[in-house]
Design a protein around this ligand. Structure first.
Ligand SMILES: NC(=O)c1ccc[n+]([C@@H]2O[C@H](COP(=O)([O-])OP(=O)(O)OC[C@H]3O[C@@H](n4cnc5c(N)ncnc54)[C@H](OP(=O)(O)O)[C@@H]3O)[C@@H](O)[C@H]2O)c1
Length: 297
């Protein structure tokens, strides 16, 4: 496909960043990539992307800089660290942060970036996992100015089917926290139902089929069935099986520390609960299960 229009930079080629960057390239946009571990850039370079020397180099050569890194510390490093995006004066006018972080982090970093370089900020966390990123069907929750969203829309719609402008900077991250609350409770509910069904002697493997089309037929349940059939050892299939094993009194030491990205999201939820004075008792209960599995209680 011919490459035309603005040049897009993408930083953070992890489990979800890589398929998102692939969709951007597939949409016919010019793509420049940078990743801390350089070897992870190779599949994108093979597919037609160019490599940047550093986040600053990428920002100097892109109109829009997309970032999808682990957490606030990683974001701080690639935006404000040595050779970070903020140190590059010039071409890039918009940063699209696809990482999941705290709304307060988005607001703070957006202000600092604008002051340092004149670049504007959109928080665009996503939901749908690597499967949704591969299919280009993610849900993107946007915080920032409407005009900035319109500028970035061709990029965002390359990997997301649902793009919703939720308000000013930070509103996308607050929406993602709500998304995570529903996911954490939903996965725990599926695990508990499977546990109960097994106790009764129902064929647990046929439970999802029996629920198909009813109100308990959720994307979480369908993703569990898909991931399990594919023999995946990560994602929703792993989490639900781990929760189920926890109910059966089994904990694998190999799981210790494996939920760090999710626990980061749980920390954000707690903080938002405190900041807004809202209680989340159902989430608080299931969080303890995930913490036991991760060994971080
Ligand atoms: N996976 C999902 O299903 C999913 C779904 C929705 C949202 N998210 C969110 O998307 C973000 C990325 O998740 P992921 O699953 O793709 O994680 P991942 O596979 O662990 O990838 C993390 C990425 O961040 C980079 N990174 C980490 N620390 C860094 C640092 N200090 N400096 C520079 N780069 C750094 C990593 O670089 P290296 O390659 O060098 O380690 C890698 O590119 C997270 O905020 C997560 O919450 C994930």
């Amino acid at each position: 496909m011919a490459h035309e229009g603005p040049s897009i930079g993408f930083i953070g080629l992890g489990n979800i960043g890589t398929p998102m960057a692939e969709r951007i390239l597939e949409a016919g946009l010019r793509l420049l990539v940078w990743n801390r571990t350089p070897g992870k850039m190779q599949p994108l370079l093979d597919a037609g992307a160019a490599a940047a020397e550093s986040p600053a180099d990428l920002a100097r050569r892109s109109d829009i800089v997309c970032i999808c890194v682990t957490d606030a510390g990683a974001l701080e490093s690639v935006v404000f660290g040595p050779d970070g995006v903020a140190s590059a004066a010039g071409r890039a006018r918009l940063l699209v942060d696809n990482s999941t972080t705290h709304p307060g982090i988005s607001r703070d970093m957006a202000g600092r970036l604008l002051a340092a370089s004149g670049m504007r900020w959109l928080d665009v966390p996503v939901s749908g996992g690597p499967v949704g990123a591969h299919a280009g069907t993610l849900a993107a929750m946007v915080g920032g100015d409407a005009a900035d969203l319109e500028f970035a829309r061709p990029v965002i719609t390359s990997y997301a089917r649902q793009v919703t402008h939720m308000g000013p900077v930070g509103a996308g991250q607050a929406t993602k926290a709500c998304n995570q609350l529903i996911n954490f409770v939903g996965m725990a509910a599926v695990a508990e139902a499977l546990h109960l069904a097994a106790g009764f002697g129902i064929d647990v493997d046929r439970l999802p089929q029996a629920l198909a089309g009813g109100f308990a037929d959720t994307p979480i349940l369908r993703e569990f069935v898909r991931g399990k059939a594919a023999g995946e050892t990560g994602g929703i299939a792993f989490l639900i099986e781990a929760l189920r094993a926890f109910h059966e009194g089994r904990l694998d030491p190999a799981w210790r520390g494996s939920l760090h990205i999710l626990l980061k999201d749980m920390g954000i939820l707690h903080d938002l609960g405190r900041a807004t004075g809202r209680v989340t008792p159902v989430f608080d209960l299931v969080e303890s299960f995930y913490r036991i599995i991760d060994g971080s209680t």
